[in-house]
Design a protein around this ligand. Structure first.
Ligand SMILES: [Zn+2]
Length: 239
């Protein structure tokens, strides 16, 4: 393929711009921001799951406490009734039975009250946990908003830089034979670098040192012959 030296050099510049555009589009900074955002989103998901679990447990516990309070109320009422009966002066046998029942009710009441106290302690712990989880949500949301703002600023910057590069590219492309450009575009679909300089004995595309026989063939070709690297197949522009 015959391509004027000037066009070969322009093609090399187009490749430089395309490499830079792709570097901007898949930049390390943007990737890092994406990773931060993913991490924060995961943290927020975890926080919300823990919050829902703690709130559900707290509401289950509240029902349990209500039941326990009802039990305590019933046993207290029974105790009062038995004490009233005991005060009414009954036969020794009935009194003994009443005393026996009173003692057993007292034990039952003490057990119920202990259990209720334990439930209330658990409820207090849970309420504290729910409060802590709720309190950490705004700070996390703020971090996410900050990263989102950085992402958006980085995207704007990328867009702006890519637009500038595209403009530069267009001004180069108009001066290149469309057939040469379509060859370049086809190669770019297959190769990471479609056109590269031949620097000394090294191909700028695959970075391999070319064997002397191949080099001799490349350098002996006419200046307007568009040659290719025998290793990677990219177009080679000679000095
Ligand atoms: Zn090569």
């Amino acid at each position: 393929m015959k391509v004027e030296r000037e066009q070969q050099r322009r093609l090399l510049e187009v490749q430089g711009i395309d490499t830079e555009i792709s570097r901007h589009r898949h930049g390390a900074a943007a990737r890092e921001l994406d990773l931060s955002m993913k991490d924060l989103t995961d943290q927020m998901g975890g926080l919300r799951r823990r919050l829902v679990a703690a709130e559900t447990e707290a509401s289950d516990l509240q029902r349990e406490i209500s039941r326990s309070e009802e039990d305590v109320r019933r046993v207290r009422a029974r105790l009062e009734r038995d004490r009233d009966l005991a005060d009414q002066g009954m036969s020794a046998k009935v009194q003994r039975e009443l005393q026996h029942e009173l003692a057993s009710l007292q034990r039952r009441l003490a057990d119920l009250e202990d259990a209720e106290l334990e439930l209330m302690q658990r409820q207090e712990d849970l309420e504290r946990l729910v409060e802590e989880l709720r309190a950490s949500e705004p700070a996390l949301a703020e971090k996410m908003a900050a990263v989102a703002a950085q992402q958006s600023a980085a995207a704007d910057e990328t867009r702006q830089r890519v637009d500038e590069l595209q403009t530069q590219r267009e001004s180069l492309v108009v001066a290149i034979d469309p057939q040469v450009m379509s060859r370049y575009d086809a190669l770019r679909g297959d190769l990471p670098v479609a056109v590269a300089p031949l620097t000394g004995t090294q191909c700028g595309g695959c970075r391999l040192q070319l064997p002397p026989a191949d080099l001799a063939e490349l350098t002996s070709a006419d200046a307007d012959d568009m040659v290719s690297c025998p290793e990677c197949g990219c177009l080679l522009v000679r000095d």
